[in-house]
Ligand binder design. Sequence first.
Ligand code: 4AD
Ligand code: MG
Length: 468
Amino acid sequence: MDYFLRKKIKDLLKNPESAGIGSDVTVKGWVRTKRGNKNVAFIALNDGSIIHNIQIVADVQKFDDELMRQITTGSCISVKGKLIESPGSGQKVEIHAEIIELYGTADAETYPLQKKGHTLEFLREIAHLRPRTNTFGAVLRIRHAMAYAIHKYFNDNGFYYLHTPIITGSDAEGAGAMFRVTTFDLDNPPKKEDGSIDFTQDFFGKPTNLTVSGQLEGELGAMALSLVYTFGPTFRAENSNTPRHLAEFWMIEPEMAFYEIKDNMDLAEDFLKFLISYALENCFDDLEFLNNMYDKELLERLRSIVNTDFERLTYTEAIDILQKSGEKFEFPHNWGSDLQAEHERYIVEKHFKKPVILTDYPKDIKAFYMKQNDDGKTVRGMDVLFPRIGEIIGGSQREEVYEKLYSRLKEMGINEKDLWWYLETRKFGTAPHSGFGLGFERLILFVTGMSNIRDVIPFPRTPMNAEF
Ligand code: 4AD
Ligand code: MG
């Protein structure tokens, strides 16, 4: 019963009239601060529904001394009282407490969030408690809103959500090193006569791994439903300790039959603009907080993206710009070499000063499935590069011609036995098609203005870190 009585602090602050000024309300949440004197206590209460706290005013005389002492930063309480227009300037309404129930104390000596102003590095060490900070509350609410907006965008545009497997028996995508999935006793796995491990006795009867991407299965869906997308966790066992890489991250991968590379670019641009507009319209309080705390240009940057045409150019043109730039780079930038973050950021941040879509990469630095151009040297790959982030989307038009796909696979030394099912889509009713992958955490990095990817996922997985 109590559950239905609880009012969300968001509803009281945003819409006090409908809650009824002067009426009795019940709120529940965690105490952010308590101040006051021996007559009156002011408690700032937060329930995570909104970044702002509601002020609880308690007439100290009315309550048990011990209870009042135990209400400290971090403790959890339920408060019933009158919703009153606040005389103070900080808030529209406050609650004059009549009944306070203490759910859980938080010892002031040991509660790690007793004081404000912890560094983000320290907060990573207490990932079990950091959702209770303003920063992580804001990030997590924005993360939720973006996940919802992604499903909304695709649903509104006629895409079907396809659930692709997390455990995969093919390691042919080549997107990165993989995590092995096995039920073997690692101290004593079954061996074949030649001494090698006998995977026919493993759970799936073959070696399996955590997926690096849902794309290949996504293509199977697109060859039947026309427009599909995946949105799930993906895993890369690379030892990349950077502010942009996770070992476990979420990826959104639309795959579209009958789309060529230009359609793919149009979709990627429209999709990103929709998501950013959605954040501006629906997460303003949280964005404003992050703008003021961390990144004074955040709101301006988000607004500018929505109103800018992304620059589109080929890899070859980008190399030309780098070579003429006169800039000193750490890594080489000859035609044929992969672009490094420093190159991408130069093109985006210094040269064009807006998002850039690069296409037509040398085939040797891209995956086997990308559609080959007639020049015999390049493929119809596409990367979307964003300011502050670098690569936010990677995708391509896919090679739909069986013979071309097959010969590329062979050239790259990929075992066709692993991909017979993928090849069959090119044998039976093949069609031009395209798709891309958006790194969810890279999107959240961009939208929140945070600078480390470990701070935009609740429980980051990075090399040497899987504590929580
Ligand atoms: O460029 P990637 O590797 O592309 C693919 O996996 C394709 N199968 C996608 C497709 O065409 N369907 O990864 C796509 C995006 C990158 O642009 C980046 O945003 C993100 O995924 N990403 C990572 N994000 C966090 N940590 C990592 N280790 C990431 N690796 C890639
Ligand atoms: Mg990529």
